[in-house]
Design a protein around this ligand. Structure first.
Ligand SMILES: [Zn+2]
Ligand SMILES: [Zn+2]
Length: 350
């Protein structure tokens, strides 16, 4: 198989040839056809997350040690199945749910794999989908996506399920309520689509990049706010919720500060830094501050169902040959990507 690997953090990915693995037990071998490039891959590539105050969380401390294959938005075709893999057939096209837990703990038994403390995430801890082949530990993590464009289907494995899970964490909204989406990269745009698909009319898209705000409008945002402008806080005042896909001190201050009483701030972004806030107003304003990290298998199935019913608008997706993986990361890092880049492994494998 061919993989595009981190040989050294922050250095261009290397093309590596290796033996294609054979599925054992309940494992399934998937031949990857499409693989989304997610913004969080940039942190894994760099090798750390910024915790603020000069502190860092190093990805090597949770098992991501080079040489490592990233890629947690896989779509592909079942190529081989282990002797104990039931309910799956060679040739089936599937999205791979990557947020896989230990399979043993109480959270995993409740299918809340993303709350497991010993996750085996594909492309984060285990070898990922920047590769022609991918081993999946169990067929239950394969989700049918019939009728959905394959590149768009790949993006549902992270950006789609992350958006869906974040939206599910909002409190009950009235028809007048506005929801701000802070950061209109791939996941932000997917969130606008989920909000619209679930009946939220007043979506305010926030970004510092005019091209991303334009894309957000096309996804169904009613209003856009350039958060680089000095009156951004005023424009957002009174929102019922903010979903923050940046996750830096300035965006947290903006989102939390703009909430109406009883509003909710959901943080998904991992940009980094630290944040302090006076405690009494959290109680007095009855606001909620909640983190959301990817989503669970059921949530992936639900967002896929929305896409199958054509309720979910697809964000702009640019498909590039897999051999462009290193350049795709560079482009994402420099902010040149609107929507999602998805790697195409069919042309690369040819
Ligand atoms: Zn991701
Ligand atoms: Zn577990």
């Amino acid at each position: 198989m061919i993989s595009y690997q981190i040989a050294e953090h922050g250095r261009p990915l290397q093309k590596v040839l290796s033996e294609t693995p054979k599925p054992q037990g309940t494992e399934v071998l998937v031949r990857v056809t499409r693989s989304g490039v997610c913004h969080s891959d940039l942190h894994i590539w760099d090798g750390y997350f910024d915790l603020g105050g000069g502190k860092r969380f190093y990805v090597k401390d949770r098992g991501c040690v080079p040489p490592f294959t990233m890629g947690h938005e896989p779509f592909g075709i079942v190529e081989a199945v282990g002797p104990r893999a039931k309910g799956v057939k060679v040739g089936q096209k599937r999205i791979v749910f990557p947020w896989i837990g230990c399979g043993q703990c109480a959270m995993c038994k409740d299918e809340l794999d993303n709350y497991c403390t010993a996750m085996r995430t594909i492309g984060v801890v285990k070898p990922g989908a920047y590769s022609t082949h991918l081993l999946v530990p169990h067929p239950k993590y394969l989700v049918d996506a019939k009728g959905i464009d394959e590149a768009f289907a790949a993006t549902l494995a992270c950006s789609g399920v992350t958006a869906y899970s974040a939206v599910r964490k909002l409190a009950k909204l009235t028809a007048r309520d506005s929801v701000a989406v802070i950061g209109c990269g791939g996941v932000g745009l997917a969130t606008i689509a989920v909000l619209r698909a679930t009946g939220v009319r007043n979506v305010i898209a926030c970004d510092i990049d005019a091209a991303k705000l334009e894309a957000a409008k096309k996804m169904g945002a009613k209003q856009t706010v350039n958060t680089g402008e000095p009156d951004a806080a005023k424009a957002l005042a009174g929102i019922a919720a903010a979903i923050d896909f940046v996750g830096m001190p300035a965006t947290a201050a903006l989102g939390i500060g703009a909430l109406r009483k009883g509003g909710r701030y959901v943080i998904c972004g991992l940009y980094g830094g630290e944040f302090t806030h006076p405690l009494p107003p959290i109680a007095q304003r009855a606001i909620g501050i909640i983190g959301s990290y990817v989503g669970n298998l059921q949530e992936l199935k639900e967002v896929v169902a929305l896409a199958k019913k054509k309720k979910l608008k697809a964000m702009p997706v640019a498909t590039r040959p897999a051999s462009d993986a290193a350049q795709a990361l560079e482009d994402l890092k420099s902010g040149r990507v609107v929507g999602r880049v998805v790697l195409d492994f069919e042309t690369a494998a040819a």
